[in-house]
Design a protein around this ligand. Structure first.
Ligand code: C5P
Length: 397
């Protein structure tokens, strides 16, 4: 999977550095080679000897190492890799990267490299949530750096929340995704998938029958063509594909926030069946059943994520694809929807119960674009996904 691929692994100084030992093993198991670089702080957490033993290569730590400059200058070291991976990416390293500082070997390599960079942030939850870190994160995303994690969870410092470094296997998946060869290599694509759940009270919710199968298949097909995929999924029946960054959400409003946070992107595919309405004033406690008295639910409109992203005046993805699930006048309704929402393409399908499409394994779609309506024959959702991914690749390259 990674054979012939060289990863320059920059290990930052955080407690999560211990996970790098496993990460190195996993990357090598898949055929990748790992050139390790450690910051001065990193060597306080794991020993260069362990890192070197697992990587089977020398560990680089110092900028002014004349022997290395003679053998391999720091500029060259930054260029021989297919990917520069920073794990753990501490708040300090992220800040330095965002500022373009180059005060030691690690930051100099990061500034000098012309290969893609991926970071796996790890830090205390407050540090992660601090506006300064979030600003730096936005700058790094804008510079094209890809991000894996952080996850929510218990932290070494005793707190709970986002800031835990992604697990080694998740990082490996992201690396495999980033290094996959194919026409979409280097393209970042956001895919939404699954239903959303809109709470009525803590135990009841409004949902729909979307299984997430089509969105999942699309994410996998885009990944297989080399795209870096951010998969924003509601509570779906189908497990997310390997090799993509998964962002799990529940409600439409959470999905909107997650999508906006993933931008910029080269393309966005909105396959999610987002609930159109949410319950006004969802109750914090379970609504009691009272004999003879029926509760009344009032609804308000959810944000339309597809329309909002399609109509962004700044930072709009180059290609925005929406879906239209209709039960009648499919092409007419979908064509009107494309114009109303402002997206580039609409993938229209007939979800009347008789078709068995919603929740089923097959789909019959019509692709609506500037060029008109193009009906595709009924086929498996995987085949629809592959065909759509190929079209997206044609449009982006
Ligand atoms: O529900 P509707 O038919 O408008 O959905 C059409 C498209 O819009 C789909 O691609 C869906 O993912 C997207 N959508 C959205 N946000 C909503 C409703 C729909 O992104 N609130």
């Amino acid at each position: 999977m990674l054979s012939g691929k060289r990863i320059l692994l920059i290990i930052g100084g955080g407690i999560a550095a211990y996970k790098c030992l496993d990460l190195i093993r996993r990357l090598r198991e898949r055929g990748g080679s790992v050139t390790p670089v450690m910051t001065r702080a990193a060597v306080e957490f794991v020993t260069p000897l362990s890192v070197s033993a697992l990587a089977g290569e020398k560990v680089y730590t110092e900028l002014f190492d004349l022997t290395d400059e003679a053998e391999m200058g720091h500029i060259q070291l930054s260029r021989v890799a297919d990917l520069v991976l920073v794990a753990p990416a501490t708040a300090d390293l992220m800040a330095k990267m965002a500022q373009g500082m180059a005060g030691d070997l690690a930051t100099t390599l990061l500034l000098a490299t012309d290969t893609p960079i991926m970071i796996a942030p790890a830090m205390n939850v407050r540090m992660w949530e601090h506006p300064a870190t979030q600003r730096n994160l936005a700058v790094l995303k804008g510079d094209g750096v890809s991000i894996v994690g952080p996850n929510d969870g218990d932290m070494a410092c005793g707190e709970y929340g986002p800031g835990r470094m992604a697990e080694p296997l998740e990082i490996v998946d992201a690396v495999v995704g980033a290094l996959a060869d194919g026409p979409l290599r280097g393209k970042r694509i956001v895919v939404t998938s699954g239903p959303t759940h809109e709470p009525i009270d803590p135990v009841r919710y409004i949902a729909n029958r979307s299984s997430g199968a089509q969105g999942t298949a699309i994410a996998a097909a885009l990944r297989a063509l080399g795209a870096e995929v951010v998969f924003v999924t509601g509570p779906a029946d189908v497990a997310p594909p390997d090799g993509v960054e998964v962002v799990s959400v529940v409600t439409a409003r959470e999905m909107r926030a997650a999508v906006l946070a993933t931008l910029p992107a080269d393309a966005a595919v909105f396959a999610a069946a987002v609930a159109d309405w949410r319950v006004v004033g969802a109750s914090d406690s379970k609504i009691k059943k009272v004999a003879g008295a029926l509760p009344t639910l009032a609804f308000e409109e959810n944000p339309d994520i597809l329309a909002e992203v399609s109509q962004m005046s700044e930072g709009r993805p180059g290609l925005v694809v929406g879906f239209a699930a209709e039960t009648h006048d499919v092409i007419q309704n979908a064509t009107a929807k494309r114009a109303r929402k402002g997206c580039d393409w609409i993938v229209a399908n007939d979800v009347s119960p008789a078709t068995g499409i919603m929740g089923g394994t097959e789909n019959a779609v019509t692709l609506i674009s500037d060029a008109g309506a193009e009906a595709w024959p009924r086929m498996g959702k995987d085949a629809v996904a592959r065909q759509l991914a190929a079209r997206i690749a044609d449009a982006l390259v």
